[in-house]
Design a binder for this molecule. Structure first.
Ligand SMILES: *Cc1c(COP(=O)(O)O)cnc(C)c1O
Length: 387
């Protein structure tokens, strides 16, 4: 096997697909130190700039004083603390659904929901550009796995109509992680009700960012009718919330089913209670600091205006994820490297994460960026374009 692995790695390098891990010396921020060099960075999902917030650092210390460090067991045995419990109640109230359940990561939350709700007799319908964790989960269920073209609700309607499966589960990213565009959640929900299907929305990139008080995709662009049985909401807590973890919110029977049958819920040690304690403070900041979302909106508009004369198009996006389409892998990598030389980090995203010929720079903005940061990126990109 070893020679095969070496050979495959070599080929990956030649194809411009080899992944490296830059080592950060300090906290997540628009200004990071990598191997002793300072960079202006546009590559984190810390959209509100909370990952290094003093109030959260203080909450971690307070949480450790109160609860210690490790949770010691799974939630089902003795790892479910007061902090976890309070956070679940606060999250359910915040997104406006009856119950919520915490998970250690978003990947695990998606695994639990999809595998607990769908089996061999069922059918899962998925947007082609969904996050890998949703696809992996769907494959594990052994349900029929049917993908529809990105945001094509007409095709989805025909697929739903044609199915004879016992249960139908439609799964979608709310904000597509490599494109930054959004799914029409209200329309999807209406379609699902018409065909007696369930809808799982993964709001990893919308929670904290979109909607009034950052309540997420169920509040953006308008409030979605939430008093329906077939809606399952999932969001992560390591992106805009600045900490770690994820939660699922839905009607009580769904949440109880996840507690009983979710394998990535029951067969894993609960996340440290100090993280849940910290997330209670994070939730307050998300709700109160309206200026963070206002600043993001201004930075997004500024970036789009500054970059519109470049030879590489920006994909349509109203969210902090602003992809600049480079096309071929080597071109994306060239831009990534040239920006690096100028002290700016923007990651090149290549297949299989995105389709062939659609390699891009994934610019992500944070409320911690300044207008001068955006200006600096714009100047560097115009230099590289020779315009
Ligand atoms: C990041 C992400 C996840 C995974 O969440 P983690 O908490 O990082 O495991 C799931 N879905 C989407 C759309 C994501 O962007």
């Amino acid at each position: 096997m070893l020679p095969d692995l070496t050979e495959a790695l070599q080929q990956r390098k030649q194809a411009g697909l080899y992944r490296l891990r830059p080592v950060l010396e300090g906290p997540q921020s628009p200004h990071v130190t990598i191997e002793g060099r300072d960079f202006l960075a546009f590559c984190s999902n810390d959209y509100l700039g909370l990952a290094n917030h003093p109030a959260l650092i203080a909450a971690v210390a307070e949480g450790a004083q109160r609860y210690g460090v490790g949770s010691g067991a799974s939630h089902l045995i003795s790892g479910h603390s007061r902090a976890h419990h309070e956070l679940e109640e606060a999250l359910a109230a915040f997104v406006g659904l009856p119950r919520a359940l915490l998970f250690s990561t978003g990947y695990m939350a998606n695994m639990a929901v999809v595998t607990a709700l769908a089996g061999r007799e069922d059918a899962i319908f998925a947007d082609r550009l969904n996050h890998a964790s949703l696809n992996d989960a769907a494959l594990l269920t052994r349900a029929r796995f049917i993908r529809y073209p990105h945001l094509d609700l007409d095709v989805l309607a025909r697929q739903l109509e044609a199915t004879t499966a016992r249960y139908r589960l439609v799964i979608t990213d709310a904000v597509f992680s490599m494109d930054g565009d959004t799914a029409p959640v209200a329309e999807l929900l209406a379609l699902c009700r018409r065909f007696d299907a369930w809808l799982l929305v993964d709001d990893a990139h919308g929670f904290g960012v979109l909607g009034e008080q950052g309540r997420g995709c169920l509040y953006y662009p308008q409030q979605v009718e939430r008093d329906v049985p077939n809606l399952i909401y999932m969001a992560t807590l390591g992106k805009a919330a600045g900490v770690s973890g994820a939660f699922v919110a839905a009607q009580a029977p769904v949440i109880e089913t996840l507690i009983q049958h979710g394998r990535t819920y029951g067969y894993t040690t609960a996340a440290p209670p100090l993280l849940a304690h910290t997330l209670l403070t994070s939730l307050q900041l998300i709700r109160q600091d309206v200026w963070r979302r206002e600043r993001l909106v201004r930075l997004i508009a500024l970036l789009r205006q500054k970059l519109q004369t470049l030879p590489w198009p920006l994909l349509p996006s109203e969210t902090p994820i602003q992809p600049l389409l480079a096309g071929e892998n080597q071109e994306a990598v060239r831009l990534d490297r040239a920006l690096c030389e100028r002290g700016i980090r923007v990651p090149a995203i290549r297949p299989p994460t995105v389709p062939q010929g659609m390699a891009r720079l994934r610019i992500s903005l944070s409320a911690a960026h300044t207008e001068a940061d955006v200006e600096q990126l714009s100047v560097a990109l115009h230099e590289l374009a020779g315009c």
